[in-house]
Design a protein around this ligand. Sequence first.
Ligand SMILES: Nc1ncnc2c1ncn2[C@@H]1O[C@H](COP(=O)(O)OP(=O)(O)OP(=O)(O)O)[C@@H](O)[C@H]1O
Ligand SMILES: [Mg+2]
Length: 371
Amino acid sequence: MSALVLKDLGKVYADGRGTGVTAVKDVCLNVEPGELMVLVGPSGCGKSTLLRMIAGLEPVTRGSIEIDGRDVSRTPPKDRDVAMVFQNFALFPYMTVFENMAFGLKFRNVRKEEIRVRVHSAAEILQLTDLLERKPGKLSGGQRQRVAVGRAIVCKPKVFLFDEPLSNLDAKMRTQMRAEIARVHDQLGATIVYVTHDQTEAMTLGQRICVLNHGAVMGVGSPLELYREPQNRFVADFLGSPGMNCLPGRLTRDGGRIRFQIRGEKASLVIAPNADELPAGVWDRDLELGVRPEHIGLAAPASEEPDAVEASVDHCESLGHETLVHVKLGGARLIARCSDDPACLPKGGGRIGVILERVVFFEPGTGQRIQ
Ligand SMILES: Nc1ncnc2c1ncn2[C@@H]1O[C@H](COP(=O)(O)OP(=O)(O)OP(=O)(O)O)[C@@H](O)[C@H]1O
Ligand SMILES: [Mg+2]
């Protein structure tokens, strides 16, 4: 049995004009027991609304929510057996770490001894044991964050709900806390729904990822499945930094080679896969080609290089371990990821060897991947 089942879940907020704002649209999703599911999508796509509906903080407009086989769509929050960690996890400043973590349990009339055991056990997992008597004002951002997670852990909920819990931390601390949340997840075997707008967080933390846009599910799968074989152009572009390059055009055959003729441009790019490695429905038609930056091979122009095309390097962003090379092909642009120094490429423009090593194709209208 799934730990959490969302069926055709929808939310329309009243906007005083009668039409309403559709924040969540027909979301269907199963989260398995012990799974860490990440909901990711751009700002305003309905992530918090979805999470708040699961928690019972926001009424459902349509559809249903099941937790452990029980329909809780209309159950009050305190009876749903979920615990939520918010982005602005306000701790009580005048209470110690222990009291902050114990607060929710006292509220639920849990016995004193049981509270002590639960808080100490959570503190151990979160490495807070030595800080239990401190007040939040004397903790670092990361430690405060762990107290907020501790408050949820002591409730022993069936499902943990995290709404962007790391977005107030600096980049280094986020990386640390990410590892810590993954460790806590392993230790507790907990079912977690984790919301973020950060695709790196989604890729590194999620066992599965659900990508949302405008309140609707755009794709669900393991991080690598979604990265390598995105269901559509939106997922392809959203995951990855930078996202997938997309170019409109057509495939052509040129002797033994397959090329991609970019629409409206002179340049036609050689692709590495053979015809039998491509989906059947990609010939003699308009489509969009998708290629990850790391699957673009750039080479210095050898004079008679058959793969070479007229191109120019717009600019390079060096990140130390890799360089992002912005290439202009007439009006079309590509971003390639290179591990070597691309200094040998002609800056002002000239012939550059370009080969697309791995490609996917999308329907130009709907953006669905052609399989
Ligand atoms: N109480 C509300 N009343 C009316 N509209 C709302 C309300 N709360 C959210 N919305 C709208 O619903 C949509 C989804 O909002 P939501 O907060 O769920 O997005 P989000 O994905 O969590 O965004 P973010 O990443 O910025 O936190 C937005 O268009 C938002 O303006
Ligand atoms: Mg939000």
